[in-house]
Design a protein around this ligand. Sequence first.
Ligand code: BTN
Length: 318
Amino acid sequence: MQEKILDFLKRKEEGYVSGDQLSQKLGISRQALWKHIQELKEKGYEIIAVPHLGYQLTSAADRLFDFEVAHGLGTKFIGKKIYYFEALASTMDVAWQLGTKGAPEGTLVVAEQQTKGRGRLGRPWFSPKYKGIYLSLILRPRMLPAQAPLLTLVASVSICEAINRELTLEARIKWPNDIWLGQKKLGGLLTELNAETDRINFVVIGMGLNVNNDKKSLVSSATSLSEHKKEQVSRVRLLQEILRRIEANYLVLEKDAHPLLKKYREYSMTLGKRVKVYCQKRHIEGEAVDIDSDGGLLIRKDSGITEKVMAGDVMHCR
Ligand code: BTN
């Protein structure tokens, strides 16, 4: 019912919707309508009520409610089913559970806050309420487990495309899948795979993005979109654009990985740099020369030999 009320109010952006008209159209009493309006206000929507004129929505809440994200999304399968949580430990665990129970491809788990958000290599992911985008997406790709890193590439490329086009910023990818803005980290991706030797059952792609975090609340190596834009950024609009681009890039990848790799190279801030990659108790140093067709990073060592790394922590050297 509240979605329908919002729908009416949104369509009449400039003017008022009379309470009588609204309750008649929705088939509910004036009293019931008033109660729903109060609940919407508690959820963060600013709605004013003027005697003889009616209700007006003066500001939407920018909450990542399932119906807000789904409204006008226009995708075929990404985000067709969205599970929304005010707070939970980690979206990864809920998505994993849903995946094992057969949730369809494109199912999304979104949280406003995570109490045990996790990043790569067991690191914690700071997830304060209403500030960022924290989500996990279930995919069921028809590809070999060894190709799974390409899915993370789809997500990182899509995030950069959405941020750079929508907000005219210059987000870049630090290999393998950190999103950076300027010289600081803006977001990251975590992929968990449920697979057999020759087939993927499902993949959960976790995405954490700092959107409206104050500079003061972030560690010195991190940044947020609002810090760069000097204004609040609509999380709903940005998330919708990211989801649209994930769907488009994923559909292309199913046919051919080359266009995705081309985009990845363009957004990469690692390629062409001298790097030190720490992977499993050793490190490799050299120039990051290319990204391989399976998403691995090719490093030309000083000996002239090129080595490929599939996972690890990259340090960009001066
Ligand atoms: C990283 O850079 O280390 C990856 C961070 C991934 C964080 C996201 S937030 C949503 C999802 N839930 C989690 O617990 N982690 C991922």
